[in-house]
Design a protein around this ligand. Structure first.
Ligand SMILES: C[S@@+](CC[C@H](N)C(=O)[O-])C[C@H]1O[C@@H](n2cnc3c(N)ncnc32)[C@H](O)[C@@H]1O
Length: 186
């Protein structure tokens, strides 16, 4: 996996720091760490929350089989245009809040999803919205599915922990800034 960092990406993130919560895209090491629990040979539907410039999206699409679907939720119009420019028929990009997972899955006739990959800046999102997003993530995952989230602090660990049967916590220094990785199992 090659790093696809550019100053244009950073400028877009800085301009939108209140909703992006960062100034640089995630590193290839963080991307590998977060995606490690996914068995791509079996996954049929993956949801991505807060894809931003698409650094996780491109890697998900690279690893996914031809019959796996990726559903992305991104609130920033500029990033939505960049994601749509990837032009991959397996991907559905919604300019919508991550709390609307069920409505979008209904539109696509999808009952449940295998895994949810989230770059959402939970620490910057209202508590009520965070709890809706987490509850909806759990409800829409298949039994044994993973909710994979990274965060630069442990601020929302206590929100995430009670929602899932098990939460494994890891940490990597090899990102700017260093990040905690949550592997949450339904
Ligand atoms: C930290 S950036 C992540 C970008 C990229 N995935 C990465 O890891 O470098 C967070 C992204 O979440 C998006 N976002 C913030 N709140 C959101 C929400 N409620 N629903 C969907 N996307 C949201 C922001 O617009 C931003 O693109």
């Amino acid at each position: 996996m090659s790093a696809r960092f550019s100053f244009t990406d950073s400028i877009s993130l800085i301009k939108t720091i209140r909703t992006s919560g960062t100034i640089t895209p995630s590193s290839p090491i963080l991307i590998n760490r977060l995606l490690k629990p996914i068995d791509f040979s079996k996954a049929k539907c993956i949801v991505e929350l807060g894809p931003g410039n698409g650094c996780f999206t491109r890697e998900l699409l690279r690893r996914m089989t031809d019959d796996c679907v990726l559903v992305c939720f991104e609130v920033n119009d500029e990033f939505v245009d960049q994601l749509n420019a990837l032009c991959d028929p397996r991907m559905h990009v919604y300019n919508a809040c991550a709390s609307s997972i069920r409505e979008v899955l209904d539109e696509l006739n999808i009952d449940e999803v295998d895994h949810i990959v989230s770059s959402l800046p939970l620490a910057l999102i209202d508590d009520e919205v965070v709890s809706n997003i987490l509850a909806s993530a759990r409800e829409n995952l298949r039994e044994g599915g993973r909710f994979l989230q990274y965060q630069y602090s442990l601020k929302n660990y206590s929100d995430v922990k009670p929602v899932f049967s098990d939460v494994k916590l890891k940490f990597t220094l090899r990102n700017m800034p260093p990040a905690f990785v949550y592997e949450c199992i339904k």
